[in-house]
Design a protein around this ligand. Sequence first.
Ligand SMILES: Nc1ncnc2c1ncn2[C@@H]1O[C@H](COP(=O)(O)OP(=O)(O)O)[C@@H](O)[C@H]1O
Ligand SMILES: [Mg+2]
Length: 270
Amino acid sequence: MLDEIAATRYVTPLREGGSLPGVVEADDLGTYVVKFRGAGQGRRVLVAEIISGELARRLGLRTPELKLIDLDPQIGVREPDEEVQDLLKASTGLNLAIDFLPGALGFEPLAWTPDWMFASRVVWFDGLIHNVDRSWRNPNLLIWHRDMWLIDHGAALWFHHNWPTADPRRPFDVGDHVLAPFATDLESAAAELSAKITPELLETVTALVPDEWLDDEPGFDSAQAVRDAYVDHLLRRAQGPHEWLRRPDTPTGRPAGPGSVGEFWRGGDR
Ligand SMILES: Nc1ncnc2c1ncn2[C@@H]1O[C@H](COP(=O)(O)OP(=O)(O)O)[C@@H](O)[C@H]1O
Ligand SMILES: [Mg+2]
């Protein structure tokens, strides 16, 4: 189970994305980025964060610790911003807390060259979880203590917004991924990571999602049936064939040097 804590103070909203996550202090004296259940896309975003984040962690990719956080209706009472107040009211009860990494910087491809193997693992992993939210416009990678940390998996597993369209063979276009220019060994990454993705591993990470975020999902008769569907989908995608990975043309097959990253960067503007 994920640890459960209680919110003690709402500190400030993070206004970068659309979902208005907030910085919140909790009764374990920790500071967290909280994703609220009452935000636009609802509880499925939190499900995607848990399954993807906990899978990433077990595959050896760094991502901040996740906890469940209870939100008391009193927390928002003195909040001056009406939008925040409404969001807190709509999110009374369980929400998702992500350990806040103080002083972390956003990844900037012109300033930091990632390791090829690391980049290949991240690109393959994002393909596995259908994560289109790691583009150069919006990398969702933080540099903290000289390491790269993966954040924001709320847009992954997006097929769950319409389960009948879920397709484990759906193509994933690598071209838009911020680490694509560095991901030169996708074959090794696929072999290494897919070997680790067992039914037991997927059952472990889906078991971390609270029942109340899976109950009453249209087309399923229990929370466990939804978990089983995630397990089946990810297992089939991981076990291949991996034709879903669509590579951009990389004429030299070598990682891009700083100059060509610039080309890549500018190319995105057109
Ligand atoms: N664990 C964290 N530690 C420090 N900063 C974070 C953390 N999580 C998110 N942030 C900051 O907050 C911003 C928004 O969070 P994110 O998870 O990307 O949500 P969204 O893009 O859905 O609004 C990030 O771009 C990052 O700058
Ligand atoms: Mg984001």
